[in-house]
Design a protein around this ligand. Structure first.
Ligand SMILES: [Zn+2]
Length: 300
């Protein structure tokens, strides 16, 4: 049963909102473009495992949570997908990395990604990352009084193209799998555990605790790319051709590029959401007028 559905993260929504407004000649634009691309492909990769998670999701005893972010006393950790069952917990780290070859090295704890043009990019080994998350989760569960439940981990590589290669003696290479193997891996893990650890009411309590402990990260993107609000392109965005700004004509908005005409209230509400993602969840009337060149603010 899906308890927390997969949705674009606040970070991805914010990057999307900034994309048409980011001045492309600005020095940090290339970093922004890369981050947006990475966030979009990561989300696409995560969606691609849903088909293979379906079998697990059909059982009422398997509770599935996507994008769970839990706080520790020091910071926070995020889990791409967590499956809670009465016998064990499984956490899944999802990676969407293309290229021709992905080489996992357990001695350097690095992942080497080789592309068609022979260029190379190095990453931290995702197995190390998911193990760290498993440790954080075990500590977190201990503090909440759930110290008996075993925590299993998997890394799923969702891009179909690259060949996966492991260094000699790589431990736990069966924990780094392709999406299409996910249902088999889950069945293998299920076979390891015959003993029920959580009674039905404990499962419900932990379900509630997980859901109520989730804290979404709200990124400050303007600060991240060293941008001031005055530098981003202002105005209302055309929902059809993404041109800025739309012009106000009588009681509607008009795009001079694609001639799209839209309802005022609907567009203002959308603009308000964009503003809250980019700048602040609270907004002064004067800030809104300045950013979108409109008056007055719609009644909320
Ligand atoms: Zn347009």
């Amino acid at each position: 049963m899906i308890r927390k559905p997969r949705k674009p993260s606040l970070e991805l929504l914010t990057l999307r909102a900034l994309a048409p407004r980011f001045p492309q000649q600005y020095p940090t634009y290339k970093y922004f473009e890369k981050d947006l691309g990475r966030a979009e492909s990561g989300y696409k990769g995560e969606q691609s495992i849903d088909y293979y998670l379906n079998v697990a999701a059909r059982s009422n005893h398997n509770l599935i949570y996507h994008h769970l972010r839990l706080l520790t006393p020091e910071s926070a950790f995020q889990i791409d997908t967590l499956t809670l069952t009465p016998k064990f917990i499984l956490i899944i780290e999802i990676k969407y990395l293309g290229g021709v070859m992905l080489e996992f090295n357990h001695e350097t704890n690095q992942l080497k990604q080789t592309f068609q043009d022979h260029s190379v990019e190095m990453h931290d080994c995702p197995l190390l990352q998911v193990k760290r998350q498993a440790n954080h989760l075990k500590d977190w569960l201990n503090k909440k009084g759930y110290d008996q439940i075993p925590v299993e981990h998997l890394v799923v590589m969702t891009h179909r193209s690259p060949e996966l290669k492991f260094s000699n003696g790589f431990p736990e290479c069966n924990r780094i799998i392709r999406s299409s193997f996910l249902d088999f891996s889950i069945s293998e893990i299920e076979r390891k555990y015959s003993h029920t650890v959580l009674k039905s009411h404990e499962l419900s309590n932990l379900d509630f605790t997980l859901l109520s402990s989730h804290k979404e990260k709200s990124p400050n993107v303007l600060q991240k790319y060293n941008l001031h609000l005055d530098q981003v392109k202002k105005g209302l965005l055309c929902p059809k051709c993404l041109t800025l700004p739309m012009l106000r004509e009588k009681k509607s908005w008009y795009c001079k590029r694609c001639s799209r005409r839209t309802n005022e209230r609907e567009e203002l509400l959308k603009a308000l959401q964009e503003f809250s993602l980019l700048v602040s969840p609270t907004i002064k009337n004067s800030e809104f007028r300045d950013f979108f060149g409109v008056y007055p603010m719609p009644d909320m």
